[in-house]
Design a protein around this ligand. Structure first.
Ligand SMILES: Cc1ncc(C[n+]2csc(CCOP(=O)(O)OP(=O)(O)O)c2C)c(N)n1
Ligand SMILES: [Mg+2]
Length: 371
């Protein structure tokens, strides 16, 4: 069985060689992980009270997203995230306010309400490929991004993150195959959270690990403890360095556990063993990193409490503000497709806005989306 890299054990003790990371970056990583925890919790409540239509729990996988994203250079790198990667955005400075706008799909949402909640995309301060709902389709896209950078002789790397279920997709095969052949500067990060909705890992694959699948494509496979943010950081950092230097791709399997449902539409109590969940609660990634930072003298209880209070208030305020913002304008149905807007669509757009403005519907009549 492939070895599993671990640096901080579940008790928060250092058991491996820690990567050299500046104090401020470690604290930024902790803040991003704590932001995910609070944001996730708020989104579940917003969905349960009917304020937003949908969310995807990130509980338990905070270390994978943040540890991986922290290795990238916003100046030149790309991220092709999974829908369970709030942490990648938060680490790179996307505000909870911006992310809340996406959850609500309001007029200030970067996606203009065109994507489902959770399916964020941003270009600044780091480039995020828009999240694809169809499983596995973003792997070849990410390889394409990486190959384009390679051809232009840019030094960027693309990090692509996907689930254990994603490894059964055609995109996994074509993505890894192309990347292996062309030595594309891409890092494949599999969040092995043991479930693909209600399909357990043992029904997903008969391979001894996901990391070993890289061998078939001539790509080295690495396995890390996905609840150990420093282990993830170290493995991804090494893979990014190698890709940047022309050494080709790496497949990293981060072993973790989905601690919530698949989405807000799922009821995991119907198929997940509760005893197993209790065991995994003891491996919590946030608590583990906190204990490590305490031991290193970089954080204390008071600091944690103050941060929790700050994030909780900030995220509640962001939700309130996002709910109060106007919805995307009706004209956004027609925008952003053509560089030169065709005359026939101009007519249709004007008629559409006029039509809804003249109807007695419970919408703001200033060209808002009539839902
Ligand atoms: C091609 C395709 N088939 C099925 C689905 C329905 N679906 C959405 S999420 C999901 C499970 C994916 O599991 P995994 O890749 O392990 O990611 P996780 O949700 O565990 O993070 C499935 C089957 C889909 N979105 N796309
Ligand atoms: Mg999964």
């Amino acid at each position: 069985m492939t070895e599993t890299l671990q640096i901080i054990n579940p008790a928060g003790e250092k058991v491996g060689k820690a990567p050299r990371v500046k104090r401020e970056v470690l604290l930024r990583m902790y803040r991003a992980m704590a932001s995910v925890r609070h944001f996730d919790d708020r989104c579940m409540k917003l969905q349960r009270t009917g304020r937003i239509g949908f969310s995807i729990p990130n509980l338990g996988i905070e270390a994978v997203s943040v540890g991986a994203a922290a290795t990238l250079d916003p100046e030149c790198d790309w991220i092709a995230p999974s829908y369970r990667d709030f942490g990648m955005a938060f680490f790179h400075g996307i505000s909870v306010e911006k992310m809340m706008d996406t959850q609500f799909g309001n007029g200030e949402d970067h996606n203009k309400g065109r994507q489902m909640p959770v399916h964020f995309t941003f270009l600044d301060p780091i480039r995020f490929l828009s999240i694809s709902s169809p499983i596995g389709t973003h792997l070849p896209q990410a390889v394409g991004v990486a190959m384009a950078m390679q051809r232009k002789q840019e030094k960027g790397v693309c990090l692509v993150s996907f689930g254990d279920g994603g490894t059964s997709s055609l995109g996994f095969h074509s993505g890894l195959n192309f990347a292996g052949v062309y030595k594309a500067p891409v890092v494949f990060l599999c969040q092995n959270n043991q479930w693909a909705i209600s399909c357990p890992l043992e029904k997903q694959t008969a391979s001894e690990s996901i990391a070993i699948k890289g061998e078939a494509y001539g790509i080295p496979g690495v396995r890390v403890d996905g609840n150990d943010v420093l282990a993830v950081y170290r493995a991804v950092r090494d893979a990014v360095k190698k890709a940047r230097e022309g050494g080709g791709p790496t497949l990293i399997e981060a072993v973790t556990m989905r601690m919530g449902g698949h989405s807000t539409s799922d009821d995991p109590s119907r198929y997940v063993d509760q005893e197993l969940m209790e065991e995994w609660k003891l491996k919590d990634p946030l608590k583990r990193f906190r204990e490590y930072l305490f031991a290193e003298g970089l954080l204390d209880e008071a600091g944690v409490e103050a941060l929790d209070q700050e994030l909780s208030e900030q995220i509640q305020a962001a939700a309130k503000a996002a709910a109060a913002k106007p919805r995307p304008g009706l004209e956004t149905i027609f925008s952003d497709v053509y560089e030169t807007f065709p005359a026939h669509l101009q007519v249709q757009r004007d008629q559409c806005i006029q039509h809804f403005a003249g109807r007695d519907e419970s919408v703001n009549e200033e060209g808002e989306f009539p839902l």
